[in-house]
Design a protein around this ligand. Structure first.
Ligand code: CTP
Length: 206
């Protein structure tokens, strides 16, 4: 099970809050896993990418929808790879009507979305992604621990050749033992294969 894209959290009938995730990493992972013979379910928030063939694609918009689909999809999975950029907050209230510009300022009240990796646990390999703009390794390690992940793939989003929207990534893979593998700048498809190599290693170990 692979997730991709940036979730969209509605505000009113014509607006939503989202982020700059392109979905490229998640789609590359889904395609790489498919090419290795895996049965892949790709749970994706909206992207501009073409649906990969040979993969079951489930389209979602919000973090809550992604959680609901992922919960069911992991029933018989060997691995959950959460490459999606899930919104951390959503509007408390979704306005039924379009919000009009009557006030000089507008304050939105936001509430936390459900933490998918924090919630969906089970007997499968769990891989998270960390997009960081500071203290990359320290923050990624904290997420790995907090979400009890097997692996975390950390991305420095301050460099233009890596992260959101780019076709290449310079990532660091950290495992449960705290071992850090720094990869060079690679096309996302090659990063995907490196991540899958590690997943396969974990699966054969168990
Ligand atoms: N994630 C998730 N559910 C959320 C938010 C994030 O499952 N509601 C997953 C992401 O898909 C990613 C990992 O958790 O694999 C880390 O996401 P990130 O947003 O970077 O971490 P947070 O724990 O939300 O921390 P922060 O935003 O404070 O950096």
């Amino acid at each position: 099970v692979v997730t991709a894209g940036g979730t969209q959290e509605p505000l009113d009938p014509v607006r939503h809050l989202t982020n700059r995730s392109s979905g490229k990493m998640g789609y590359a992972l889904a395609e790489a896993a498919r090419d290795r013979g895996a049965k892949v379910t790709l749970v994706t928030a909206p992207t501009a990418l073409l649906e990969p063939v040979g993969v079951e694609v489930v389209n979602v918009h919000t973090a809550q929808e992604m959680l609901d689909v992922v919960k069911k999809a992991v029933n018989r999975t060997h691995a959950l790879i959460m490459a999606a950029a899930v919104a951390d907050y959503r509007p408390v209230k979704i306005s039924e009507n379009k919000i009009k510009k009557v006030m000089p300022t507008l304050t939105l009240e936001l509430e936390k979305t459900p933490d998918i990796l924090g919630t969906v646990k089970g007997d499968f390999v769990r891989v998270g992604f960390a997009a960081e703009s500071q203290n990359l390794i320290e923050n990624a390690r904290r997420k790995l621990r907090q979400k009890q992940l097997d692996l975390i793939v950390a991305n420095d989003i301050t460099v233009t050749d890596s992260g959101f929207g780019a076709d290449t990534d310079r990532v660091v893979i950290i495992d449960r033992e705290g071992k850090v593998e720094k990869l060079p700048l690679l096309p996302k498809r090659e990063v995907a294969d490196k991540v899958l190599d590690r997943v396969v290693r974990l699966l054969t170990k168990t």
